[in-house]
Design a protein around this ligand. Sequence first.
Ligand code: SAM
Length: 284
Amino acid sequence: MKDKRLYTPSYLKELLQRFGFRFTKSLGQNFLIDGNIVRGIVDNSGIDGTSKVLEIGPGVGTLTEELAIKAEKVLSVEIDKSLEEILDETLKDYDNSKIYFGDILKVDLEKIVKEELDGGPIKVVANLPYYITTPILGRLLEEDLNFESITVMVQKEVAERIIAKPGSKNYSALSVFIDYYTVPEIIIEVPKTVFMPQPNVDSAVVKLDIKKEKPSGDRDKFFKVVKQSFAMRRKTLLNCLSKGDFEMTKDEIKEELEKIGINPGIRAEQLGVPEFLKIAEVIN
Ligand code: SAM
């Protein structure tokens, strides 16, 4: 049994060959071949026998199997139909695991989460396809779907932006977005050698604990302000905001920023969620 685990490189190779599977690079298909990392992701995701898990991109089912062993139910969304026969075999012993074929960015998440995971609460666990990391996180966080936490493998560079604090080198609009919705943490640093095929970049597993209370105020306006503030990195906050699609003139924006005690001459990377919330309240 031991060498028949999906993360065992020789077994994985044999399986892929037997089914004539070919990797599609453009789908971010880099499968895990290290049992310690697979267990590390699952153990750190806070899953127990009562957990309902949404997985994105099961591949051949390596992480899925470990999740199915620990959780009550696992629903995995996979875009690549050519993995169907393999998954039928690798997950045949797990009645609590179901695969839904579709694009995670397009499927009716609300419906499938309701039907397959009893509406949650849901823990998301995944080794993400890197080409759509940000859109996936965007979708998961913006739709209010009773998610408790999101534990995902991402590129190391993205993980650093996710956890970055104001004033630091990696701080960006993504950091603000993540901080608005979650409390993020890097839980495992992952070398590129644990994947087949090996990607060009190192990775990290991040855990995002979803905040129960979201900041109050106009969320769309908040993110419009954040996006515009980071639109031109070298420009001052005032310059960025005055080039945005707001009704106020540059002078009016300057006046409003000064009134709320924010220096119009600083750069967006100095500001955190509370400051952007204040700006969103006064700018129009
Ligand atoms: N979970 C497996 C593992 O850890 O070995 C595979 C992870 S691999 C990095 C990413 C997986 O996401 C692939 O199986 C790929 O086909 C799938 N995928 C890519 N784009 C997707 C999309 N838009 N929706 C759902 N799955 C997608």
